[in-house]
Design a protein around this ligand. Structure first.
Ligand code: PLP
Length: 413
């Protein structure tokens, strides 16, 4: 039997060294997973509080995936290629219809891609087509993906610096997350040569360390953007479809465009950019060749699993469950860790929880310390000082409770 270390050594021989983390101790190579449990190649069991970076709202090997594979086995072979922008699959149409029925009514039209970064690319191009401008306001801590088109929007200097000479940084103004409207107005003035195309913000920042903006801030951004004939783009890739207790933050904020990814594919690659009718209609009618497309955009298999995932999120009331369960666990963590000398905050909303430590790198250390104790969590924040807890939305209370107790013991030992 190959061990975790054996397999990682083999990986190192064939993969770019930037691609995969190799922990100094207790490495983990996944072999199988079900629900919120996963097992490594040596048979060790883990409770998964990461859920594929939030991409597994129903956990691993979900009912949604099983329904699609059952269909396949029962003699209803699926169209397995999207034919991109030419001939649509039935599944792509059903998926877009399902997304639309769940979204706020203002969101009339959508475009599909494969990854979160690609959905943000579509949002940016949409804003540029609609406004005929190219200035963008973004925020410290923002994470919008690492593809070159969106890299200029992502905040972390270490991600951008090696490629800075390629990035259109002059069109982009970065402000503190939660910046006041005076600062936003000033930035709009500075963008004059390009004009304000859009302000883009995450409803709650994920990779920056589960940062929640001031109450009413997103609403104010929408007003200011609209006063200047610009758009507000919400990057709901992490937060959307249940994680923070709602399907979309655009149900309360007058945003023009939202980007979705992660959860909507139930673990399979698919993402979406939805916009108001007049905004998305800035794209020209396809003359037979789309202005923006990709070989696998709207992939039927991802769409099929995604649609069943979305239906289950709705029928099982998972956004509400995320809110109730997440807030209970947040209180449990606050009570247990409130007096700890290194814990500075426990925050978040729904099943999007962060434990902040005063010591840089401490959350990364907890991630490594708790792995051999059978829990998978990730650090976030620019210095790895926030422990992120983002389990499947249907994790059992019993399993979640067990994992939270192990985390508390690991921090307080
Ligand atoms: C808010 C947000 N936007 C965009 C992305 C990029 O998504 P992807 O990695 O699928 O390109 C992420 C990924 O974590 C994200 O959290």
């Amino acid at each position: 039997m190959a061990t975790n270390v054996d397999l990682l050594k083999r990986l190192k021989l064939v993969e770019c060294r930037d691609s995969t983390y190799w922990p100094k101790e207790n490495p983990l190579v996944f072999q199988k997973a079900k629900g919120s449990l996963a097992w490594d190649v040596e048979g060790r069991e883990y409770i998964d509080l990461c859920a594929g970076f939030g991409a597994l709202p129903l956990g691993h090997a979900s009912e949604a995936l099983q329904a699609v594979t059952n269909d396949f086995q029962s003699g209803r072979p699926m169209v397995d290629h999207a034919m991109g922008d030419v001939y649509p699959s039935e599944e792509k149409i059903l998926f877009l219809e399902t997304l639309k029925t769940m979204l706020p009514p203002a969101y009339a039209l959508g475009a599909l891609a494969l990854s979160g970064g690609q959905a943000v690319e579509i949002a940016l191009k949409t804003a540029m087509l609609k406004t005929k401008r190219s200035g963008v306001i973004v925020f410290d801590g923002a994470y919008h993906g690492l593809d070159l088109g969106v890299l200029a929007l992502t905040a972390r200097e270490d991600f951008r610096a090696p490629f800075a000479s390629w990035l259109p940084e002059t069109n982009v103004i970065r402000l503190p997350f939660g910046a006041g409207m005076d600062a936003v107005n000033l930035a709009i003035q500075k963008l004059k040569p390009f004009g304000l195309a859009a302000i883009i913000a995450e409803p709650i920042q994920g990779r920056a360390g589960i940062n929640t903006p001031p109450v009413g801030w997103l609403e104010s951004l929408a007003s200011v953007a609209h006063e200047h004939q610009g758009l507000l783009i919400l990057d709901e890739i992490f937060t959307g479809f249940g994680r923070i207790g709602t399907i979309s933050t655009a149900s309360t904020v007058d945003a023009d465009i939202s980007c979705f990814g992660k959860a909507i594919g139930g673990g399979f690659p698919i993402s979406a950019c939805f916009a108001k009718q007049d905004v998305m209609s800035a794209w020209p009618e396809s003359p037979g060749e789309a202005l923006h497309t990709g070989t696998f955009f709207g992939h039927p298999f991802s769409a099929a699993v995604g649609r069943r995932t979305l239906q289950k999120i709705q029928s099982d009331g998972l956004p509400q469950r995320a809110k109730t369960l997440g807030n209970k666990v947040k209180n449990q963590l606050s009570n247990a860790l409130g007096g700890h000398p290194l814990v500075t905050d426990v925050r978040g909303d729904g099943l999007f929880i962060g434990i902040e430590f005063s010591k840089p790198g401490f959350a990364a250390k907890i991630m490594d310390d708790i792995r051999p104790k059978g829990v998978i969590v990730l650090p976030s924040g620019n210095t790895g000082s926030v422990l992120s807890i983002t389990p499947a939305l249907n994790i059992s209370e019993e399993l979640f409770d067990e994992a939270i107790h192990r985390i508390i013991r690991c921090i307080t030992k």
